[in-house]
Design a protein around this ligand. Structure first.
Ligand code: GUN
Length: 313
């Protein structure tokens, strides 16, 4: 069965639009007795600020896709910043600090990769963790390690922990598995790749959902022996069509996070040999139209979530 990320992302964006429209119409309750909750009428749209440094064509395409999805839902992106690739690290930090201090900004995303000359970790750590919509700040990563994606809801559960932001691609993967009622608890999951953006956080989320998780990477040996036992395979290693049909247990769910240009055809392909693997897998995501659109939908969802938490909506 095809896991249709595009269709799910569209329906999530449509419900977010309704939620934003309703939030903008919301008024403070007229009688004091109707609620004693803090209620502030927002009087503005949710706001996502994207910081792009340099003009990499792939980054510009991603930023454009995110901006379009935001405007479809009614999320403002007018505080976004584009900086030349020869700006100093201090100028990038200054731009982020300005967005941190701006009460009208709910979510900040620094498009990666940054120019090589910059200390990426230092820059990500400057983002206010409550606005860090990518969840890459060390404090958000720490909360994810401790609590999984549930950490997003901590504040509303009356817990004293700060509410976390969670990386968008892994959140999209969990949302997709849940939508198609693919069980996670007690299942064997293999994650191919250990990047901070996908491999590491999705491993933590699957672990917190009670999967038995194996993380494989460029130094792993006997990769196929592990993968063939998996009920859930997350391919996020950035190698075109590397996951072969012979690696897949019949009926397994295969989620392809790869976005590569095929050296043979010049077409967009994932990390999975889709044609062959789709004959063995029980569930599989296409590329394009699988995980990519969900990443964008989760970004907008988390932006709206931050806005709604701020105004108790
Ligand atoms: N570059 C590639 N993927 C991502 C992502 O999820 N977030 C950011 N900020 N940059 C990226």
């Amino acid at each position: 069965m095809l896991l249709n990320g595009k269709q799910l992302a569209d329906s999530i964006l449509n419900s977010l639009k309704t939620r934003v429209d309703d939030a903008l119409k919301a008024r403070a309750p007229s009688t004091a007795s109707s609620t004693n909750r803090l209620f502030l009428a927002p009087g503005r749209k949710p706001c996502l600020a994207v910081v792009q440094v340099g003009h990499r064509p792939d980054s510009s395409r991603y930023v454009e896709t995110k901006t379009k999805a935001a405007s479809r839902v009614g999320v403002d992106t007018s505080f976004s910043v584009k900086l030349a690739d020869n700006v100093s690290e201090a100028e990038v930090v200054e731009a982020i600090q300005g967005l941190n201090a701006n009460p009208e900004v709910d979510a900040i995303l620094v498009q990666l990769p940054l120019p090589r000359s910059m200390d990426q970790e230092k820059i990500l750590a400057c983002i206010d963790m409550s606005k860090d919509v990518d969840g890459f700040h060390p404090a958000n990563m720490g909360l994810l390690a401790r609590w999984g994606e549930v950490a997003r809801q901590q504040a509303s559960q009356g817990n004293s922990l700060p509410r976390s932001n969670v990386p968008c691609t892994p959140l999209g993967i969990i949302t997709l598995l849940d939508h198609y009622s693919i069980p996670i608890a007690g299942k064997r999951a293999v994650v191919l790749g250990r990047s901070n953006i996908v491999g590491l956080p999705i491993s933590l989320m699957l672990l917190h959902r009670d999967a038995s998780v194996t993380v494989l990477h460029s130094k792993s040996l006997q990769v196929e022996e592990h993968v063939v036992q998996a009920d859930i395979v997350i391919a996020a290693m950035g190698k075109p069509q590397a996951v072969k049909a012979s690696w897949i247990k019949p009926g397994a769910a295969v989620v392809d996070v790869g976005i590569n240009v095929s050296p043979q055809t010049g077409k967009l392909v994932g990390d999975v040999d889709f044609e062959a693997v789709s004959k063995v897998a029980g569930y599989i995501t296409p590329v394009p139209g699988g995980v990519g659109p969900l990443t964008v939908a989760m970004l907008i969802q988390s932006t709206v979530h931050n806005f709604c938490v701020k105004y108790s909506l």
